[in-house]
Design a protein around this ligand. Structure first.
Ligand code: NAD
Ligand code: LMR
Length: 332
């Protein structure tokens, strides 16, 4: 029998040819994300689309000597950017300025994401759609509603990218514990904004932190995005760390599509975990497979404090999700 390593090697050399489309490729996230995707050998066709600048980014990135073609598309070529795509990544949308919440972006980004989702449903209905644009807790339900209206919704192929919270949790916990962040694996569940971000520290080696340190760490993970928004002082939000997070998650989705085993990442998906309580989307560990979502894992054992944090997260998520659903119903 093949070992896991051998299976991975076999899978990645046997079926690794994918078209990945980046919508918003000219932006702060889009540009470095496109570069990182150029370095992923499973990406054989990289399609870069934006309202402005995508052909320039494509020409630039295309000189990196990996075995893929890169093409930039202008606003009148969205259909071509999408046709035949296996994975669509959406960082298109405006970022925060200091003093704003992610929800303050809703009025602008909801219609951007809705319109891109309509095009995706028309031209690449079977692609996996990875939503980065904020507020993720609402933009993911927007994509779901659009796909439902078009009759092509597949809950296994829709993902809210929450990987940056996972990266931050690893980094921040390592700063406190004096450990190597590469070895720190923290499951982060819930959603992607403030108190909906719930790191499960009790499931790590750091469950013994004193309450003050623990609460400060959780707060930093929940509001890590604000640190960057404040430091950038009006010039936007996280782009480089987000590009890394987006490339990692896209890579995981591709690994799953290619049939690799044990590909697990937390992500915000159409989830059965709390549907009976009215929470239709929730982030938890998900095994990624050839059809997208393979297994949605339960949260596992939680501390009393984490139970309380999850309860609070669910209350906010219900409202955020409903806001996205209502938007599409009222503005189809
Ligand atoms: P940016 O302004 O630098 O880039 C956004 C890009 O989107 C621009 O190039 C713009 O032309 C393009 N765009 C706008 N409307 C478009 C449309 N209809 N079609 C195609 N392209 C369009 O912003 P950024 O810093 O790259 O952030 C993008 C989004 O990602 C923001 O909403 C931000 O809040 C979000 N974000 C999410 C996470 C996360 O963890 N999920 C992390 C960081 C940022
Ligand atoms: C982040 O977590 O960095 C992003 O969601 C961007 C933001 O607005 O904070």
């Amino acid at each position: 029998m093949l070992s896991k390593v051998a299976t991975r090697a076999f899978s990645s050399s046997s079926s690794a040819a994918y078209k990945v489309t980046v919508l918003g490729a000219g932006g702060g996230i889009g540009q470095p994300l496109s570069l990182l995707l150029k370095l992923n050998h499973k990406v054989t066709d990289l399609a870069l689309y934006d309202l402005r600048g995508a052909p320039g980014v494509a020409a630039d990135v295309s000189h990196v000597p990996t075995n893929s073609t890169v093409k930039g598309y202008n606003p009148d070529q969205l259909d071509q950017a999408l046709t035949g795509s296996d994975v669509i990544v959406i960082p298109a949308g405006v970022p925060r300025k200091p003093g704003m919440t992610r929800d303050d972006l809703f009025n602008t980004n909801a219609s951007i994401v809705r319109d891109l989702a309509k095009a995706a449903a028309d031209h690449a209905p079977n692609a996996a759609v990875l939503v980065i644009a904020n507020p993720v807790n609402s933009t993911v339900p927007i994509v779901a509603e659009v796909f439902k209206q078009k009759g092509v919704y597949n809950p296994k192929k829709l993902f809210g990218v929450t990987t940056l919270d996972v990266l931050r949790a690893s980094r921040f916990v390592s700063e406190i514990a004096g450990t190597n962040p590469v070895n720190e694996k923290v499951t982060v569940v819930g959603g992607h904004s403030g108190i909906t971000i719930v790191p499960l520290l009790s499931q790590t080696n750091h469950k013994g932190l004193d309450v003050e340190t623990r609460d400060a760490l959780i707060n930093r993970i929940q509001f890590g995005g604000d640190e960057v928004v404040k430091a950038k002082d009006g010039a936007g939000s996280a782009t480089l760390s987000m590009a890394q997070a987006g490339a990692r998650f896209t890579g995981a989705v591709l690994d799953g599509l290619a049939g690799e085993v044990d590909v697990i990442e937390p992500t915000f998906v159409d989830s059965p975990l709390f549907k009976s309580e009215g929470v239709d989307f929730f982030s938890s560990k998900v095994t990624l497979g050839v059809e997208g979502v393979k297994t949605i894992h339960p949260l596992g054992e939680l501390s009393d404090h984490e139970e309380e944090l999850v309860k609070l997260a669910k209350e906010t998520l219900i409202k955020n999700i409903q806001k996205g659903v209502d938007f599409v119903k009222q503005n189809p």
